[in-house]
Design a binder for this molecule. Sequence first.
Ligand SMILES: [Zn+2]
Length: 350
Amino acid sequence: MRAITVQPGVANSARLDDIPPPPASDGTILVRTLALGVCGTDREIVAGAYGATPPGEDRLVLGHESLGRVVEAPPGSGFAAGDHVVGIVRRPDPVPCPACAAGEWDMCRNGRYVERGIKERHGFGAEQFRIEPDFAIKIDGGLGMLGVLVEPTSIVAKAWDHIDRIGARSRAWQPRSVLVTGAGPVGLLAAMMGRQRGLDVHVLDRSETGPKPELVHGLGGTYHWKGLAALDGFAPDILIECTGAPAVIRDVLGRTAPDGIVCLAGVTAPGHAFEFDIGGYNRTMVLNNETVFGTVNANRRHYEMAAQALARADKDWLGRLITRRVPVARWSEALENRADDIKVIVDFTD
Ligand SMILES: [Zn+2]
């Protein structure tokens, strides 16, 4: 079968390969792949900057944002042929640490987890994959190809779940507004879930034109492109940082209303030093009970939250997030960064 494979650590080693069918050891459910979403992590792996093969192998099947249709599943597994499914990316570490033992592999304490398509386990970028019932999520077939958004939405669902948990430290917490920095797929999906919670949604991005402003307006949100300084002192209750841009991160810290929560969801390379008034920052944080936290990955509960959020969302709006669909034969085009790209998917159906 055709599969997109890569040699981690070697730049531009990705290729469309012919590989054997997925081994039974990958799981009892056999899935026909419909689509694969591409994100910055995939580009990093293809650039040779990230990723690891399964032990003893030379290449890694790429891809962690999956969507497929069940071909066969064992009786009693909860899955049947024809179901649309998405695979969970991370698997708990073998020790396991207390977090993994509790099913919260997204909070793994020892870093020995593995991840499909990223770290020591083959991904979903092949015509078929196998998966364990405990790591498959059944989704609304009515979503069609939009089901490929479940994995990126799971990241956002975890962020919201943790925002709720932090907010619950005060019995009086009733947030009204959220500012999302970065209108990529994660930022826009975070804004969508904020709107589903009835919040006044603001999204800040650098793009003045293109699809992003209209997508934010389509949610009933307010779009900003002139930078944080132009927000005229607006202090949201919740701020979700999705750019990973060091200068944006510096400027969002301490930026919320009293009791506010800043969620950092974008990854940054180290090595960006700034002058920063730590005394002023600390004073704001302490006197206003403000919180900053980081979040990554998602556990099964978050994938289920994501599938529910997408099922409730406007399908036309979600469809506009997928700005390019690339047939598998031209897979490499999916990894190119083009102007006005939001989410690019590889279509495995043709
Ligand atoms: Zn663990």
